[in-house]
Design a protein around this ligand. Structure first.
Ligand code: ZN
Length: 297
């Protein structure tokens, strides 16, 4: 794959153009291209910079191994991922139900639709947005649910959803601020926004650094911490009211990271490091990946 031209962007949170180099890394998953992460000198947001322009980003998703877009069980890693996903779905439902007062949910980045199908079976009105055509078609055909492409975000009616969820999606979205504006518009006044993202301050990041699989450059354009996500949401009139750990992610991310270190038998060190990460994270609530619940101010 030939090298794509990359451009320098301002900080999407505070618009500063002053940053320091945070980390040199590369796309271990697909292209092996080098990328840099910078840290904003003003608000300390870490993001992939320079990066390819928006219209070139799709080529970094063109892999049959991109798990969020598939529903097959091929090898042990896929099987483990999907087994954990089914447990995760039940957990996500419980969490959303706890906050949601009504039963209209929009899931952005709905992938192959398993989560929305679960909500549908529980009597919710479900809508999904998914840019990947194959995943979208799979979900529509398999579960008969309304899934649209990303252009649908612009068409969201004001005050229509009790809950809008983004599970490991916000770190992929090219125009962060425009997207949040549209999300906010679609959310009911007393609705909730549920955002799950990897946490750049997690102990497993410090363990693996440039080989931390949750960096996933350039698919991940932003590398949030609880503080920087809060700053971004506050800019849009949203306040974080709750944070929850995603305990499985420490194990899964450790497993992929061990693979990037060319570890022949990655399972044992991954289990140990996942466990250690969660144990350390408990002290300051800085887990590998976290769920943030926000509402309008
Ligand atoms: Zn900044």
């Amino acid at each position: 794959m030939e090298q794509t031209e990359k451009y320098i962007y301002n900080c999407p949170i505070c618009n500063s153009n002053q940053f320091e180099l945070f980390l040199d890394t590369k796309d271990y998953f697909l292209t092996k291209e080098n990328f840099k992460l910078v840290k904003c000198s003003s608000c300390s947001f870490v993001f992939t910079n320079p990066r390819p322009p928006d219209h070139d980003l799709s080529k970094y998703y063109q892999s049959p191994d991109y798990l969020s877009h598939t529903a097959r069980k091929r090898n042990l890693k896929d099987f483990v991922y999907q087994y954990l996903r089914s447990i995760n779905i039940r957990r996500k439902f419980k969490l959303v139900k706890q906050f949601g007062k009504g039963n209209n949910i929009l899931d952005i980045g709905s992938g192959t639709g398993e989560l929305l199908n679960y909500f549908k079976k529980k009597g919710w009105n479900v809508v999904g947005i998914e840019p990947n055509e194959d995943a979208r078609k799979f979900a529509v055909n398999t579960y008969q649910i309304a899934i649209y492409d990303e252009k649908h975000l612009k068409k969201l009616k004001e005050n229509s959803f009790d809950v809008i969820t983004l599970w490991h999606v916000l770190e992929h979205v090219p125009d962060l601020n425009a997207t949040l504006q549209k999300i906010k518009k679609g959310l009911k006044k007393y609705g909730y926004l549920v955002i799950a993202v990897p946490n750049i301050e997690a102990p497993d990041f410090y363990k693996y650094r440039e080989k931390w699989a949750a960096l996933d450059v350039p698919r991940h354009l932003y590398h949030f911490s609880p503080k920087t996500l809060s700053l971004l949401l506050e800019n849009h009139g949203l306040t974080i009211i709750d944070k929850k750990p995603m305990l499985f992610d420490a194990y899964y991310v450790s497993l992929l990271s061990e693979g990037y270190k060319h570890r022949k038998i990655p399972y044992l060190p991954a289990i140990i490091n996942g466990f250690v990460s969660n144990k350390k994270a408990k002290k300051n609530n800085n887990y590998s990946s976290m769920i943030f619940v926000a509402k309008q101010k």
